[in-house]
Design a protein around this ligand. Sequence first.
Ligand SMILES: [Zn+2]
Length: 110
Amino acid sequence: MSDSEPPRPRKILSLKSGVAAPGGPPPLERIPRPAGHKRVVVKAPEPPPAPPATGDFKCKPCGTRFDPPTELADEDSVRCPSCNARLGLASDFRAEPPNVDKLRARYLKK
Ligand SMILES: [Zn+2]
């Protein structure tokens, strides 16, 4: 066996330059959509703009629901977060049950 192939001439690869091929790019994006089938963009659900009013107490002067701040000392006065009225001592709010007779707030939990 002596049919060794002669060395092939090296093929020079013609590198394509950035010129687009005549005829434009293949129509990959041209998938026809069924008529009347609108594309709906689904957005991520947004949180509600304002949380519902919560709180175990209700300010008697203005009716705002609130929770007494836990960082207050027992002898500190709890103020309404809305009208800033002094509603009573923190200790009276924390009492079990709350000392509503001394408070200017209603206790909503029962
Ligand atoms: Zn108030």
